[in-house]
Design a protein around this ligand. Structure first.
Ligand code: BGC
Length: 759
């Protein structure tokens, strides 16, 4: 090789990078060593009670704070509190820990900061619909700043349970059905909450939850049993947790659920083998609320003492809310069933995080160090998230966007049009409805006095069965140019414990839409909900359908901008919308089966001749009454523009294990407005050591295109992207043929292929 000046320059550059990586790594490990030394030194001075204190988290929501709690903190018997957000009280409790307990160990102050704080952002499922991890990261940062100003230094988020069952109320808190996407968003939230440097104000510890498998609760009923074979667990449910750990998440929370007969809070396979041995996680794990005590309710242990034994033996570091550890670990130590070394190791993990967070240096909160709550930036990020999360599901005859200048009157109907609370969604402990901008108000403001707005709530709540208000609603519709109906689920119908077996629009909403439709006026339905719903029964009653999830504080301006075309809708579904609930679980990355359904093999039961011989029809995997396709597939979402895909190319027909392949396609805006499109990459590994999904999401990019503009969008794939856990559970990448597709949903048709060779 001829050494040119250019090569020399590159070598010098490379050397520089290597040296700086080396220095950085050395710096980091020196920091780590220093922390480990401080932890060891502290542990050597701790009594058993103080160690167990660090492993105990108590609820501090009661005000005034009970004296016993103050005393326990002073005695070093508490390592963390949760649910107190009065900054003066938090500082006072912290002061007792730091200045009046023997060793002065600061407290972790936990809170469910799930989608914003006082400023509420869209529910996480809505945030996933943005397919915009950078924006989600900014949202987490904004939420962390608001929360930290009240003394909170630890959030129980992100929730990264894979959710393939819309009946499950907690799907609202998740990023949906896809492992890759959930990993990307989970990591983005972790980075947003924790920042690069914990010691900066407003950077709070994150907690990836619920480890693991909670989203697979049978029949979508909360807390129910989960049955997940290890291979599926490793390929579907665990990858987001690995992604969160790679992003530096400080803590994990166990799941309430029973995994293959062993509840997560006593599950050594999860907490020891996977988390510590395989992944080398060096943060700590907190139980879920009372989930150690509940090991006995599961029938896994006979009593609290055995529950404490199982959880501690699995290495569960901290107990939330219940005193099982505090009451029983001393006895278990005395009996020699738990070794002091085990306790020390668990306390080490907790203290390590407290040191990393800089809590020993700076335990107190001074609200004036923070920007005000609900400041412009916080509201702006909430609004942008809400705007990008809205998915346009139907738009017949260009019913949307509404043309402001042509309107003389508009009917705004429905229980969610002007309800500051119900637009916020689940988990809004600190959310402030007073900050809410409702759709009705935003529309009024936008249209001014020129346009008459007929507002009729029509139903008291989203669940109302009464149709008493319908005549008035129909009247309002008749005298308007168009109707916008704000329907869906009120906040309390999703979230923890709030699972549904019927996921149609609740109450008499369907009837309301039918009545509105009969007026002959264009009907636009805006659905706010905490889960995918079965919408088949209403799509013929509407001209356009927007799915807005629970959009949060800024629902009004965000929805208004979409309705009037200030911005084109760009959200895409992070979870499959079933045609009917009997199809659940239905998700895009399913396996092919030995008898996959194809159109020519499907017959609807209405079309089967009477007494047809059994063997002559089908032999494929479908439902006689629902077929095999969902109503709206994963990744789906319409735009006011019109995007066309072409020219897919792979950079090489064959690559070796050490090479990467670039997959690219051209996307063109053939519409009349500038808009964002979420370009998605799907891959199929044709033959595997274990069967592989028909499609897996492997990349996505949000691009903005002007009318007529075209862009080549490319993705890189290498060995790691194509890896999966095989029959022996190890991670492997196999040589063979791979198909790829690029497009605007999981039904993308533009495909290509490449071969990965063994060398
Ligand atoms: C939930 C957790 C939450 C905890 C604390 C539990 O009921 O399952 O997700 O973090 O409560 O509020």
């Amino acid at each position: 090789m001829r050494i040119t000046p250019n090569i020399l320059l590159r070598l010098a550059g490379l050397l520089g990078i290597l040296v700086s990586i080396e220095i950085h790594a050395a710096g980091q490990s020196a920091g780590m060593d220093r922390i480990d030394r401080r932890v060891d030194e502290l542990i050597s001075r701790m009594t058993v009670a103080e160690k167990i204190g660090q492993m105990t988290q108590v609820n501090a929501s009661e005000t005034p704070i009970p004296d016993e709690l103050y005393e326990a903190v002073k005695a070093g018997r508490i390592g963390s509190i949760l649910n107190q957000v009065d900054v003066d009280l938090v500082n006072e409790i912290q002061r007792l820990a730091v200045e009046e307990s023997r060793l002065g160990i600061p407290l972790m102050v936990g809170r469910d900061v799930i989608h914003g704080f006082q400023t509420v952002q869209p529910i996480p499922l809505g945030q996933a619909a943005t397919w915009n991890p950078e924006l989600v990261q900014k949202g987490a940062r904004a939420a962390a700043l608001e929360a930290a100003s009240t003394g909170v230094n630890w959030t129980f988020a992100p929730m990264i349970d894979i959710s393939r069952d819309p009946r499950w109320g907690r799907i609202a808190e998740s990023f949906g059905e896809d492992p890759y996407m959930t990993g990307v968003f989970g990591a983005a939230m972790v980075r947003g909450f924790q920042g690069d440097d914990f010691s900066q104000p407003g950077n709070i510890a994150a907690c990836a939850k619920h480890f693991a498998g909670y989203g697979a609760s049978e029949s979508g009923r909360d807390y129910n049993t989960t049955n997940i074979p290890e291979n599926e667990l490793r390929n579907v449910y665990l990858p987001p947790f690995k992604a969160a750990i790679d992003a530096g998440v400080a803590t994990l929370m166990t799941s309430f659920s029973d995994l293959d007969g062993v509840p997560a809070s006593g599950n050594r396979f999860l907490l020891k083998q996977v988390l510590r041995d395989e992944w080398q996680f060096d943060g700590f794990v907190v139980s879920d609320w009372a989930s150690i005590e509940q090991l006995s309710v599961h029938g896994f242990t006979a009593n609290d003492k055995e529950a404490a034994y199982e959880a501690a033996s699995a290495g569960l570091n901290m107990e939330m809310a219940t005193p099982t550890y505090a009451n029983h670990l001393p006895e278990l130590l005395e009996e020699g069933r738990i070794e002091m070394a085990q306790i020390d190791a668990m306390v080490t993990d907790i203290l390590r995080i407290k040191f990393r967070m800089g809590l020993f240096e700076d335990p107190y909160t001074n609200p004036s160090d923070y920007p005000p709550i609900a400041n412009e930036d916080s509201l702006a990020v909430a609004e942008k998230l809400a705007r990008q999360s809205i998915v346009l599901l139907e738009n017949r005859n260009h019913a949307l966007p509404l043309a402001k200048e042509k309107l003389t009157s508009l009917a705004v109907i429905g229980p969610l049009a002007d309800d500051p609370y119900e637009q916020l969604g689940t988990w809004i402990f600190d959310g402030d409805p007073e900050l809410s901008r409702t759709p009705l108000k935003a529309i009024r403001q936008f249209l001014g006095d020129r346009v008459t707005i007929n507002h009729v709530r029509a139903m008291e709540t989203s669940r109302s069965r009464s149709t008493a208000g319908f005549d008035e609603a129909v009247e309002a519709a008749r005298s308007a140019d168009a109707v916008v109906a704000f329907l869906g689920e009120e906040s309390i119908l999703s979230g923890e414990t709030h699972s549904r077996a019927d996921i149609n629009l609740p109450g008499s909403q369907q009837e309301l839409l039918a009545r509105l439709n009969k007026t002959g006026k264009p009907v636009i339905a805006v659905i706010m909900a905490g889960r995918p719903l079965t919408l088949r029964n209403i799509i013929d009653e509407v001209d356009a359908l927007l799915f807005a999830w629970h959009p949060g504080t800024m629902a009004g301006p965000a929805i208004r901008d979409i309705l009037f075309g200030v911005e084109s809708p760009s959200g895409k579904l992070p979870a499959t919308f079933p045609l009917m609930v009997g199809q659940v679980p239905i998700y895009h990355a399913h396996k092919n089966t030995g008898r996959p359904a194809v159109p020519e093999k499907f017959t609807h039961m209405d079309d089967i001749p009477v007494r047809m011989p059994q063997a002559s029809w089908g032999f494929a995997s479908f439902h006689l009454d629902a077929g095999y396709e969902p109503l709206y597939e994963f990744g789906y979402g319409l735009s006011y523009a019109n995007f066309a895909y072409s020219d897919i190319e792979v950079s090489a027909a064959k690559i070796s294990m050490d090479e990467k392949v670039t997959v690219q396609a051209v996307v063109r805006n053939e519409g009349k407005v500038e808009a964002d499109e979420v370009v998605q990459l799907y891959v199929r590994d044709l033959v595997g050591n274990v069967t592989r999904p028909v499609r897996e999401l492997k990349g996505f990019q949000r691009v903005r295109l002007k009318p007529g503009e075209r862009r080549t969008v490319s993705f890189e794939l290498g060995r790691d992207d194509l890896a999966f856990h095989g029959r022996d559970m190890t991670l492997m990448t196999e040589p063979g043929e791979f198909h790829v597709w690029i497009g605007g949903s999981s039904a993308a048709e533009l495909g290509a292929k490449f071969t990965l060779t063994a060398d």
